[in-house]
Design a protein around this ligand. Structure first.
Ligand SMILES: C[S@@+](CC[C@H](N)C(=O)[O-])C[C@H]1O[C@@H](n2cnc3c(N)ncnc32)[C@H](O)[C@@H]1O
Length: 326
């Protein structure tokens, strides 16, 4: 299979199922972020999305709808194999073939962490029904190791927003409102993912030096964001036309160049340390604690999460829980 190496990162021009089998060892990848073809050949949704079809690169390879189930089983099995124990995978999917992807995931040992809704601007215009303006992002982990989740990589646990809400909590809600990028006059792959979305995933679920794989590179957006954040990157793109055009753009990305653009989170002292507890704080504490335990968190982890949400130290949370629960 043809490949190109840039700054020690290898990208393959070929089918990701055969390609992973041949080139990517078991348990070797820290994070997979990928956006498979949607299996909706023949529909014209992307024309609305991209506005100017003349700038969409030819050569995008679709999967016939009738093959989508088997195709999903095959690539997701490979994804499971190459992920390290504790590694994470994020899969972006539309609604039409989501059930095939969910079904394929159920056939593996991968475990659901979150089902994220990505809400974007400019859904397809409709007049007799609601406007479709979201994608699904399935966030799963491979059991058996410690999963990277950098809780304070973007906002400190005690940071407050304009209405006194926790910025960290808001950033970690499972509905993400992130606009698509329009690149007027530039050649782009269909459905290119916004850098902002990829940076968020990479910040929470990987560290510098980690290996990030995108099995369907398309516009190389995952690879560009990963290299920009000083991660290692690899991946596959079956189309020669798309591969040749987009890998040229990756050559211009300097490793680590996105790092200076990141916000510095304010971490440290819990924001509400020493402040008196209100009745509302106490009610939130008890109800959130119960919900966290019911959702399967350990007591230790629930206390840690509540410390972040309420801007209090571990000891203060534990003491107040004891008092409230008798
Ligand atoms: C939805 S696009 C990916 C878009 C990409 N995330 C981006 O932001 O530009 C899916 C890509 O997978 C490629 N593709 C289709 N089948 C493939 C296969 N079996 N192996 C590797 N790439 C494939 C398509 O040519 C297309 O470029």
């Amino acid at each position: 299979m043809r490949f190109e190496e840039i700054n020690g990162n290898v990208f393959y021009n070929g089918d990701c199922i055969a390609g992973t089998r041949a080139h990517i060892p078991d348990d070797s990848v820290d994070l997979i972020v990928t956006d498979p073809p949607y299996g909706i050949n023949g529909d014209r949704l992307h024309q609305h999305y991209n506005r100017d079809e003349a700038f969409v690169v030819d050569g995008y390879i679709e999967v016939p709808a009738s093959d989508y189930g088997e195709f999903s089983n095959n690539w997701i099995r490979e994804a499971e194999r190459i992920l390290r124990p504790g590694g994470s995978i994020y899969i972006v999917s539309g609604y039409t073939n989501l059930y095939h992807i969910l079904h394929a995931l159920r056939g593996t040992h991968l475990r659901e962490v979150n089902h994220i809704i990505w809400r974007y601007n400019f859904g397809v215009y409709t007049s007799r029904k609601y406007v479709s303006s979201h994608y699904h992002i399935l966030f799963y982990e491979k059991p058996g190791g410690e999963r990277t989740f950098n809780l304070e990589s973007r906002y400190g646990a005690g940071e407050k927003g304009p209405e006194n809400g926790s910025l960290n909590y808001r950033d970690r809600e499972d509905v993400w409102c992130i606009n698509r990028e329009y690149k007027p006059g530039q050649a782009k792959n269909k459905n290119e993912l916004p850098t902002e979305l990829l940076v968020k995933i990479l910040q929470y679920s990987s560290n510098e030096g980690d290996l990030v794989c995108d099995m369907f590179l398309g516009g190389f957006t995952t690879a560009k964001a990963a290299v920009g954040l000083n991660r290692r990157a690899t991946g596959f793109e079956a189309s020669k036309q798309v591969f040749d055009l987009k890998i040229a753009e990756l050559r211009d990305v300097t490793p680590g160049s996105l790092l200076p653009t990141l916000r510095t989170p304010r971490t440290g002292e819990p924001a509400n340390r020493g402040k008196p507890w209100t009745d509302a704080d106490r009610e939130t504490l008890v109800s959130r604690f119960t919900a966290l335990i019911e959702s399967g968190e350990t007591k230790k982890r629930a206390v840690e999460i509540l410390g972040g949400e309420l801007g209090r130290g571990r000891w203060a949370i534990e003491k107040m829980l004891k008092k409230q629960r008798g």
